[in-house]
Design a protein around this ligand. Structure first.
Ligand code: ZN
Length: 270
């Protein structure tokens, strides 16, 4: 299979979040010829959204997503999602990624938690549409169902999309969905219309931490070229965002080395 177009690589700022400020990440992307960036909102708040938007534009970067809205279990979820929509709009982001939240504290009612996600999204979707911001539900690996996201498969996410109509789609993150026996089928179902983002990293064996032990592409067991072939066959032509949370490895390295490795692995193993 041919390598992906190198100009499609995007950097999710989580990948070097411990080493760099957003300003340094923007410069880093420009220096390494990485054409896309997906900022997390803590970094945006630090730099200021207006200044971040200016610097991103000045360096000609595409904003492949803003991380993140969602967390519908939080007390201030409505205001927080409104602010996230404004920020994504200010950056001209391709989407606002939704990590939908898990079980409310003390609850065991997963069925109700999942219904609530749909209700909450339906409440913010009109504002997102008005602002021209697409909302991307990111299904998370089921090990995170209690604490971070009770939507765990593409199928569940797409059922919500189908119920809610336009302006809502999915972020396909290989880390969260690689194990799913229905993955190919659901990527096909999502198609160009619903795939708003594609996130890359790898699944390490063994995985030593539920959240912060993601691998660099090529260091784990995910068949990345195969999943890319499905995503491309579905009509997705957007960027490929590298998102690596790595307490024990990549967060401890020289960030320029991290970016160089991302580029090299993107070209050779994805
Ligand atoms: Zn992701």
């Amino acid at each position: 299979m041919a390598s992906p177009d190198p100009s499609l690589l995007s950097l999710n700022t989580a990948t070097v979040s411990k080493q760099w400020t957003l300003a340094q990440m923007i410069e880093g992307c420009a220096r390494h010829g990485i054409r896309g960036i997906a900022p997390w909102r803590d970094k945006l708040a630090e730099m200021g959204v207006t200044e971040a938007a200016r610097a991103i534009k000045a360096n000609g970067l595409t904003v492949t997503g803003v991380c993140r809205g969602g967390f519908f279990t939080a007390k201030d979820w409505l205001d927080d999602n409104r602010r996230a929509i404004e920020e994504a709009h200010a950056l001209g982001a391709h989407c606002l990624v939704l990590v939908v939240g898990g079980l409310p504290g003390g609850s065991k009612d997963l069925i109700r938690a999942r219904e609530r996600v749909k209700e909450c999204i339906s409440m913010v979707l009109p504002e997102a549409r008005k602002a021209g911001v697409r909302l991307a539900i990111e299904p998370l690996h089921p090990m995170q169902a209690a604490e971070r996201a009770c939507i765990n498969t593409l199928e569940q996410a797409l059922d919500i999309c189908d119920a809610l109509g336009d302006g809502i789609g999915v972020a396909v993150d290989v880390y969260h969905v690689w194990w799913d026996p229905k993955l190919e089928q659901q990527i096909r179902r999502a198609g160009k219309k619903r795939i708003f983002a594609y996130h890359l990293c790898d699944w390490l064996v063994p995985t030593r931490d539920l959240l912060n032990d993601r691998g660099m592409m090529g260091d784990g067991v995910i068949d990345l070229p195969r999943i890319r072939s499905w995503v491309e066959a579905a009509g997705y032509a957007g960027m490929h965002e590298v998102e690596i949370f790595s307490e024990r490895d990549w967060w401890r390295r020289d960030p320029d080395e991290v970016l160089r490795t991302c580029k090299e692995r993107f070209a050779t193993v994805t």
